[in-house]
Ligand binder design. Structure first.
Ligand code: G6P
Ligand code: ZN
Length: 544
């Protein structure tokens, strides 16, 4: 066995963002770059000798090379076994499921989620802990600290493993098991949802669905579940073969980037139900016929209907949402008499609440929904949850959401993204907002009066850790909100996110277009932040 210890020098830019380290592929291809980061992960962990590591990714460009390198480094660093998805493929929720099922020490997931892939596009790597969830900040901070001083890494000199062949292989003293990417995850889904009823719905001839995997990782999972086990006709899953560049597309399930699906669902003879997922399979978008379900509403509807689903029939312990997500789910929690939690953006903040049994369902405005079944958000889980509800209620998506608004009132919601903004300009904009914060309370903008402003900070109720500077909230006396935040997942320039929310109890106004319902708040946001002046853009690049 030939373990090499290689001298290296640190890179200054290896700080993990909202969800791991994401950079352009050429950055990762620099000599020692990925090695440094992987060794920094291992150096920040203790007690993994002889233990199991799970490794897989979303199949994007550089996935296979990265996995081969991680396998050799895991062997050199003393892991006992690595479970790797066939072809290097594991969706993020499947990786979480496999870590948990096998009591693994942790996992390394290769993905830049919804960012484009290809030789000049994005790549990413993140570490998940033994609970199956993204490493908490104290771990990512330790990894970053280590990356700044690292001077050597260990790697085994060994030939590549055949990732396409299922089975066990030796790599030095370590065992590599190439496992079926889908089986464990599919089994977990079957344990949660009423597959018989969903099968009846999908084979009834009365219901058509269309699932767009956007040439990303959920293809094999969706084929196996919907067209395989659940009997939906062939062709139900479109763009179902994972490609290294996602077919040149942007694998983000929103109204802009999943436009083909949107056209089908809003076109003539539209199917009853449409869904899409992102690069690594943790996000979801839900559509009905001629109807878009806002992700914040989706969380609220799933929570309100959870008892219809076998895995949640005994009720929910609590509901957690990220701060910029609308407060619709809080209204459901209140009626159910359970706790509602508000966390910073980033799935990792739900981990402790889930582990402690305080929350059962979690969701984010950024098309993420999930539960305590794994420790990541889960795109196909959300699709199955919706199908289970539709199968039981025998109503359309639009009817279900509209009835929800009638019962709870409607939280109008929209997010405006300004992408690719010059980083200095974005910082100046935020600085301007910070400076005005102390003067805003009590100020009137037309009929809106500012009730409070803060830069959101969160104290984890389980371990007491504090996360500050998570986004500026401007709350109004009628419960409306404007939130300003800079994205933590981009790789180029800055992305300004403006989140807008108002509450409408009056049923007669529920059919308004959210952009119209929120028009005054949109103007107020620009008045406060000077968005158009600072960004030089006259409109957002993406509106959700
Ligand atoms: C990833 C994270 C989410 C987060 C989203 C948006 O998908 O897993 O938890 O909500 O990115 O983050 P951003 O910092 O770009 O707004
Ligand atoms: Zn993702």
């Amino acid at each position: 066995m030939n373990i090499q210890t290689v001298s290296t020098t640190p890179f200054a830019d290896q700080k993990p963002g909202t969800s791991g380290l994401r950079k352009k592929v050429p950055t990762f291809q620099q000599p020692h770059y990925l090695e440094n980061f992987v060794q920094s992960i291992f150096d920040s962990l203790e007690g993994f000798e002889g233990q199991t590591l799970v490794v897989g990714g979303d199949g994007r460009y550089y996935n296979r090379e990265a996995i081969q390198l991680i396998l050799r480094m895991a062997a050199a660093n003393g892991f006992g076994r690595v479970l790797v998805g066939q072809g290097g493929i594991l969706s993020t929720p499947a990786a979480s499921c496999i870590i948990r099922k096998n009591n693994a020490f942790g996992g390394i997931i290769l993905s830049a989620s919804h960012n484009p892939g290809g030789p000049k596009e994005d790549f990413g790597i993140k570490y998940n802990t033994g609970n199956g969830g993204p490493a908490p900040e104290k771990v990512t901070d330790a990894i970053f600290a280590r990356s700044k001083v690292i001077d050597q890494y260990k790697i085994l000199d060994a030939p590549a493993i055949d990732l396409d062949q299922l089975g066990q292989f030796s790599l030095g003293a370590m065992t590599v098991e190439v496992i079926d990417s889908v089986a464990d995850y599919a089994e977990l889904m079957e344990s949660l949802f009423d597959f018989d009823r969903i099968r009846q719905l999908l084979t009834s001839g009365q219901f058509r669905m269309c699932m767009d995997s956007l040439h990303a990782v959920t293809g094999p999972y969706a084929h196996a579940l919907f067209e395989g086990t659940l009997g939906a006709p062939a062709g139900t899953v479109q763009n179902g073969i994972p490609l290294e560049d996602f077919g040149g597309g942007h694998p983000d399930p929103n109204l802009v980037y999943a436009h083909d699906l949107v056209e089908v669902l809003f076109g003539e003879n539209a199917p009853d139900f449409g869904a899409a997922s992102d690069g690594d399979g943790d996000r979801n978008m839900i559509l009905g016929r001629h109807f878009f379900v806002n992700p914040s509403d989706s969380l609220a509807v799933l929570a309100a209907n959870a008892k219809l689903v076998p895995g949640y029939k005994d009720g929910l312990a609590g509901i957690a949402r990220s701060m910029p997500t609308s407060q619709a789910a809080d209204r459901v929690a209140k009626r159910l008499g359970i706790e509602a939690y508000e966390t910073p953006t980033g799935w990792k903040f739900f981990g402790n609440l889930l582990d402690a049994g305080k929350a059962t369902l979690c969701g984010e405005e950024s098309f993420g929904t999930g539960s305590n079944h794994v420790r990541e958000k889960d795109g196909l889980w959300a699709v199955l949850f919706w199908l289970n509800i539709l199968a039981v209620r025998q109503e359309s998506v639009e009817q279900i959401v509209t009835e929800h608004w009638q019962q709870y009132g409607r939280n109008f919601y929209s997010r405006h993204d300004y992408e690719g903004v010059d980083s200095d300009r974005a910082a100046t904009l935020m600085q301007g907002v910070y400076e005005q914060m102390p003067t805003l309370k009590g100020k009137k903008f037309g009929t809106y009066e500012v009730a409070f402003t803060d830069d959101f900070s969160y104290t984890d109720p389980i371990d007491g850790s504090i996360s500050t500077k998570q986004g500026v909230r401007i709350g109004f006396t009628d419960d409306s909100r404007i939130v300003f935040r800079l994205s933590g997942t981009g790789t180029q320039g800055a992305t300004l996110r403006l989140y807008l929310e108002s509450y409408e109890p009056n049923i007669a106004k529920h059919q308004l277009d959210p952009q119209k319902a929120l028009a005054d708040l949109i103007k107020i946001a620009d008045e406060i932040a000077g968005i158009h002046t600072h960004t030089g853009m006259d409109k957002p690049t993406v509106i959700t």
